[in-house]
Design a protein around this ligand. Structure first.
Ligand code: NIG
Ligand code: FE
Length: 403
């Protein structure tokens, strides 16, 4: 496959660069008037149009796409979603409009427990069918790699049901899918807090056969730093952590995540300089979810301060029924610019390479690099990185490639 007359080929990264930090986050290498080729799902070459490869003979003729001067970029990488769920929580949306907070809705038995009840009643096949609608929506919007969490099962049987559904999604779509065991999302019905934490720990060996990562909602009213530490120790060597931290309070979740080698710590709506300090020199990617700040009216994360401190930042959608009912990564990128004052370049790296890193996929996705999977977005003509964020609702996709 050969794509020619690319007006702007954006997101070129040398092999081996797995994330962008500090000033590097603000740099996006581009080539104007370019071509790109791929074969068997992987990028095989790119360069300026003057060097565009000409077919040698008929059997050698590649399928050629004329980009007509448009933008070609890596597809979006969404490192934090909860898109396997049943039904909807639109009733709580009305409670929210009427002034109840996320915590108040949860305390009345709504929130995550409401989704857990719905999931329990929904057969596995039907759960898969409902979830696939969202997966396809995300893919149509340009997401080529995604992470999906369990966490609405909240008992061993239903957590495994969710993880099997995620595996089935992974087997049936061309997008890359990573799976996270988030048993510790809320205390399941019928358990004491202590008994539930133990049940999560007991489930880890079995969950590890289906999942890639482990996550804990380490926040006020949910799980403590001590609970988190116990769960991460039990998962050591089996599942690498990705932690929900500092959404509702300064929770200590960042520090415990860094201590246990978390791949990412996510949310971070509420952080002090101590969290930034804790992340310095670590392999942990701070990941912010502006969609949930938008939907819940929470503060936006201090992305700019993290970058100033020399760190990299990823942005993800958090697509879920309670705090971010959208998987639109282009809107996430725009919010990064509009609400967090990231430059379009910083936001672009946050939704591509850095988000791929946050799910351990940046060897395969997140940039234009020879050898990587051809997960790409070809736009209609007239787009550049600034316009993507600025004119944030105008349709821009001509075609998404999944290798
Ligand atoms: O990332 N914060 C915890 N979990 C989800 C919300 C889940 C829900 O409300 O269903 C989040 O925001
Ligand atoms: Fe989340």
């Amino acid at each position: 496959m050969l794509i020619k007359n690319i007006g702007l080929l954006a997101g070129i990264v040398p092999e081996g660069v797995l994330r962008k930090e500090g000033a590097e986050q603000g740099r996006v290498e581009c080539l104007e008037n370019a071509w790109l080729s791929f074969e068997n799902g992987r990028i095989t070459g790119f360069g300026p149009m003057e060097s565009c490869p000409a077919p040698v003979n008929r059997s050698d003729t590649p399928e050629v796409i004329n980009a007509y001067g448009a933008l070609l970029m890596p597809g979006f990488c969404d490192s934090h979603t909860h898109i396997v769920y049943a039904g909807s929580r639109d009733g709580e949306f009305l409670d929210k409009i009427n002034g109840l907070s996320y915590e108040e809705i949860a305390a009345r038995g709504g929130g995550i427990l409401n989704s857990s009840d719905l999931l329990h009643e929904t057969p596995e096949k039907e759960l898969y069918r409902q979830s696939m609608v969202r997966v396809k929506e995300m893919m149509a919007k340009g997401t080529v790699a995604m992470e999906i969490k369990s966490g609405y099962g909240l008992n061993p049987e239903d957590e495994l049901k969710m993880l099997r559904v995620i595996r089935r999604i992974r087997e049936s779509v061309p997008a890359a899918v990573r799976s996270t065991f988030l048993g510790a999302h809320a205390v399941g019905r019928g358990y004491t807090h202590e008994a539930y934490v133990q049940a999560v720990i007991d489930l880890i060996p079995e969950a590890a056969r289906l999942a890639d990562f482990v996550d804990v909602f380490c926040d006020e009213g949910f799980f403590t730093v001590e609970d988190t530490e116990r769960i991460l120790l039990a998962a050591k060597g089996l599942l690498r952590p990705k932690i929900h931290a500092n959404e509702l309070a300064v929770s200590g979740g960042v520090q415990v995540g860094v201590k246990h080698g978390a791949l990412s710590v996510d949310h971070l709506e509420r952080t002090t300089d101590a969290e930034i300090e804790a992340l310095r020199g670590s392999g942990t990617m701070p990941t912010m979810l502006p969609g949930s700040s938008f939907f819940l009216g929470l503060p936006y994360g201090r992305a700019k301060d993290y970058i100033k401190a020399g760190l990299g930042v990823a942005l993800a959608s958090d697509y879920n029924p309670g705090s971010s009912p959208s998987g639109d990564m282009r809107f996430v990128m725009a919010q990064g610019c509009i609400k967090m004052r990231l430059t379009p370049q910083e936001a672009f790296n946050a939704v591509t390479l850095n988000s791929a890193y946050a799910m351990d996929l940046s060897r395969e996705y997140g940039s234009i690099t020879v050898g990587k999977r051809a997960g790409l977005i070809l736009t209609t003509p007239g787009w550049d990185l600034t316009k993507l964020a600025y004119q944030y609702q105008t349709p821009f996709i001509r075609k998404v490639f999944f290798g």
